[in-house]
Ligand binder design. Structure first.
Ligand code: ADP
Ligand code: MG
Length: 460
């Protein structure tokens, strides 16, 4: 049966659903599903607008849909749900495949290896990745000109692959005829091994030397692979000579690469090296908000304090942070639970050991303690400390206590503002900056504040 026939069946089923379901439920789950993407081996693939709708349908409605389907076609047929992104990805793969068949040649398009959901747009910038981001932007804007190679390094899960792929996607968006090739280092090594085995070096060099942009991910895996290193060296020289852009990522600076020949590592330092660090709390919350936007139609679906909570626990890897968000999202929607801290804790309990949580969950008594210590040190009352009075004798201790709260507990500016009679977060940022400046320029003040920090519980 041709796909159009299945399309018609889906439309009939959809109409039945509309008649029998609560309107809100129907609109939320099925209204947005209009297309039968493909039919393979009796599996009928429907495209859902996002992974949130996909998982809800899979948990609650799939059996019912399949039962309805069986009334039109034999029992073997099943619906499968995929997201828009998955469908788009498959289409790119498919078109690459077609284009790369011998009859059509490699003329116009090129198998890129890119995932087009990694864009500059959805990369959240903060102090930990700003330099890497702006460098990548400049390189994408003028490939081969600004920095060649661009070498991006940092720990796992901090966005290196994402950022590198942004460069490729951006370049292609502006010029579809550019040949961009993204390759994981493992893949490169495998390609080379295959070429060596089958004596197909021509094909191998053509694949790698015939590009405008070469993106090589996780170069540390070249470690110990001498032959692949030599081969990569040749490719590097050739591309560089022709001003073709090279972008490399790694888990460490080039100077610390292990068992990679120095003529390569020194070349990695020819262009620009930028690192990506761990995002701070504010930055992690922004990342969560961005990811939430991508997952659901309603960006306010999860209240801010839950996002704060997730961000405060998952502090060293964006991939895990993202995973935690998806888990909470799924847990609460699948069971129709409210988004509360308790439910979030429950959803995440397998991911975090309890020690971790209790260390990081900020007890109210902890910051009250800070407020007590600071106010008695400066001989004022806690009420005055928290008040909006503008006299210098209150303002300065207030700024100091904000600084200490940030330093000790990494609370958000917003949260600190709330503690101090709902002050605006910009006031908090300003206050903390004032004290940071003092700490750098005024030894006496620095001595005072260091002492206070220790009194409040900071480890010396
Ligand atoms: P790495 O290559 O450094 O191990 P990835 O690029 O694979 O890390 O990132 C892991 C996940 O975290 C990806 O889903 C990526 O989209 C996400 N991510 C990392 N940093 C950011 C950021 N600044 N903004 C948005 N998403 C990010
Ligand atoms: Mg990576």
């Amino acid at each position: 049966m041709p796909t159009e026939e299945y399309q018609k069946i889906w439309e009939k089923i959809k109409y039945q659903l509309q008649l029998t379901m609560d309107e809100d439920v129907y609109n939320e789950h099925f209204l947005g599903i209009s297309t039968v993407f493909k039919v393979i081996n009796n599996s009928i693939y429907l495209i859902s607008p996002n992974s949130f709708v996909k998982s809800k349908i899979e948990s609650f409605y799939l059996n019912r849909l399949n039962a309805m389907l069986n009334e039109y076609v034999g029992e073997k047929h099943l619906f499968k749900i995929i997201t828009k992104e998955q469908a788009a990805e498959e289409l790119t793969k498919l078109s690459n495949y077609e284009i790369n068949t011998p009859e059509q040649g490699l003329d116009n398009k090129y198998k890129t290896g890119l995932n087009n959901s990694y864009t500059f747009d959805n990369f959240v910038v903060g102090s930990s990745n700003r330099l890497a981001y702006t460098s990548a932007m400049k390189v994408a804007d003028q490939p081969g000109v600004v920095a060649n190679p661009l070498y991006i390094f940092g720990d796992v899960g901090l966005g290196k692959t994402h950022l590198m792929q942004c460069v490729g996607n951006y370049i292609l968006e502006n010029d579809v005829n550019k040949k961009v090739l993204y390759v994981k280092t493992d893949q490169f090594i495998e390609d080379y091994a295959r070429a060596a085995q089958k004596k197909t070096f021509d094909e191998f060099s053509k694949k790698y030397e015939n590009v405008d942009i070469l993106l090589v991910d996780d170069i540390q895996f070249l470690s110990g692979k001498t032959q692949s290193q030599l081969e990569f060296f040749k490719i590097f020289e050739k591309l560089k000579e022709n001003n073709k852009q090279i972008v490399i990522t790694s888990d460490r600076p080039a100077s610390e690469l292990y068992e990679i020949m120095s003529r390569l590592t020194s070349r990695f330092e020819w262009g620009l090296s930028v690192d990506i660090n761990r995002p701070n709390l504010e930055h992690r919350i922004l990342i969560l908000k961005k990811k939430l936007q991508a997952e659901t139609a309603d960006p306010d679906l999860i209240p801010e304090d839950i996002l704060d909570y997730i961000a405060s626990i998952f502090d060293n890897n964006v991939r895990e942070l993202e995973g935690a968000l998806k888990r909470v999202l799924f847990y609460c929607t699948a069971f129709d639970y409210k988004f509360t801290i308790a439910n979030a804790e429950e959803a995440l309990k397998n991911l975090v050991n309890s020690k971790n949580i209790s260390n990081k969950t900020i007890e109210k008594s902890n910051f009250n303690n800070v407020l007590d210590i600071v106010s008695s040190y400066y001989n004022i009352s806690t009420t005055d400390l928290l008040s909006k009075k503008r006299k210098r004798q209150y303002v300065y201790p207030r700024q100091v206590s904000m600084y200490i709260l940030k330093d000790l507990f990494d609370l958000t500016y917003k949260k600190i503002g709330q503690i101090f009679n709902n002050r605006d977060h910009s006031t908090v940022i300003y206050s903390i900056e004032q004290i940071s400046n003092d700490m750098q320029t005024d030894k006496a003040k620095k001595g005072d504040i260091d002492k206070l920090l220790i009194k409040c519980g900071k480890k010396a």
